[in-house]
Write a protein that binds this ligand. Structure first.
Ligand code: SF4
Length: 220
């Protein structure tokens, strides 16, 4: 097929950090551009074009239609449950872009019980094959003990109903080292999203740690 049939991916983001890059948010690939280079120019070379295609920088599929299809499929999938749990809105950092209204309130025991009852009711209908929980905050690891305890209940429930359970965590990472040594395995978290706000000095400024030698970045 001719490379003219291909278009630039909508997932491409141009970056300028001392030099030009293109980051494809779908494949996670990063392309460094030499001075004067453009994606269109690179496509003229057959081998480079194959590389760009394999890494999603160019495509011949309708990416929006693909997204719409995935969205509809997910909406109508009665075998899969996904919850995002804001276990606390509190956080140990103060990023300038933070949109949370910080409060020391955490998910109450009665709401946790309601959530567990709802999950059990859904499991009882016999259609659910998979459950995924995303732990969010604020900084969710401020409540890591609660995450362990709720996970343990969900894991037991899921085993009883033969439902596959997985979880993910969105965290600034500060408390990861101080969590229980079996925190990841006991909560069945199989994906962690960590926030990096740039190089160390910039990261520390954004996180507003008030300490230029804060070890947090190095620990991450
Ligand atoms: S780490 Fe996240 S929750 Fe905490 S202040 Fe920054 S953006 Fe807000």
């Amino acid at each position: 097929m001719d490379s003219l049939d291909f278009i630039e991916s909508s997932y491409n983001i141009p970056l300028n950090y001392e030099r030009e890059y293109i980051y494809n948010t779908k494949s996670g690939s990063l392309l460094r551009l030499d001075s004067g280079e453009t994606l269109a120019k690179l496509c003229e070379d057959e081998k480079t074009f194959d590389y760009l295609l394999d890494n999603g920088f160019v495509t011949n599929v309708d990416e929006r239609a693909g997204l719409r299809f995935k969205h509809c499929t997910a909406q109508n999938d009665q075998t899969y449950l996904h919850f995002t749990i804001f276990i606390t809105l509190d956080c140990n950092f103060n990023c300038y872009y933070c949109y949370e209204h910080k409060t020391q309130k955490t998910l109450s025991n009665s709401n946790i019980d309601k959530l567990l009852s709802y999950i059990e009711k859904e499991y009882g209908k016999g259609k659910i094959k998979r459950l995924h929980i995303t732990w969010m905050g604020g900084e969710p690891l401020l409540e890591h003990k609660k995450i362990v305890s709720i996970s343990s209940r969900i894991i037991t429930l899921s085993k009883n109903y033969s439902v596959r359970y997985t979880a993910s965590l969105v965290t600034n990472g500060f408390f990861l080292a101080t969590c229980e040594s079996n925190f990841i395995s006991s909560t069945q978290i199989n994906e962690i999203q960590l926030t990096f706000d740039g190089p160390e000095n910039y990261h520390n400024i954004v996180k507003n740690t008030h300490n230029p030698n804060d070890p947090h970045f190095q620990e991450l």
